[in-house]
Design a protein. Structure first.
Length: 195
């Protein structure tokens, strides 16, 4: 009986950890609902590669191309890996300038590279300073370093503060395309839910 209870508790823990570690905090989710503005939800299947791979970042820009908020960046790159691996998510590094960020700012957007599985990230309409952004046009980006210089960039336009957008069109660009680790990010879905 004790083994069965332990096994059930372990299975419950394993099923909760991936979703909790990759979504916004419960406090942020509560604020989002309270503000009534909505959320941008990004989900995809993640498959880790080997050496010099599996780095990615997710961020939001306004329609003028100004970085509004980094939703996530793998800690290897954000915590200094960009200094000796210039091919690790270079577009995000150029935009976010992690070398100028405080440790607390880096910690707020990073975690270890996740394990394989379905990942879900949410943006609650706040900028990097925690302020609500005005309604309007924005763009999301997901940059992934697949293997050494081989990279992929997903992007799409959406309107914050308007009606629900169940399926936001996604543009895909490849840089120094290679077949190595090409399935790092699959099944990408992005939607905006007005609340």
């Amino acid at each position: 009986m004790m083994k069965m209870t332990y096994l059930l508790a372990l299975l419950l823990f394993i099923s909760i950890v991936p979703l909790h570690s990759c979504t916004s905090s419960r406090a942020e989710e509560s604020k989002t609902r309270k503000d009534g503005k909505g959320r941008l939800e990004i989900s995809f299947n993640f498959h880790r590669g080997g050496i010099a791979s599996s780095q990615y970042a997710i961020w939001i820009e306004d329609e003028k191309g100004k970085l509004i908020r980094t939703i996530y960046a793998t800690s290897f790159t954000a915590k200094g890996g960009y200094e000796y691996r210039e091919d690790a998510i270079p577009m995000w590094v150029d935009k976010a300038k992690p070398q100028q960020m405080t440790s607390a700012q880096v910690d707020a957007v990073t975690s270890a590279t996740p394990q394989n599985g379905n990942l879900v990230y949410q943006w609650n309409g706040r900028d990097d300073k925690g302020m609500c952004v005005p309604a309007g046009k924005y763009k999301f980006f997901i940059e992934g370093t697949l293997h050494w210089k081989s990279r992929i960039l997903y992007s799409g336009d959406f309107v914050w503060g308007k009606n629900t957008q169940n399926s936001i069109p996604i543009k895909v660009e490849y840089f120094t395309r290679s077949s190595a680790n090409e399935n790092m990010i699959t099944g990408l879905k992005v939607c905006y839910v007005a609340e």
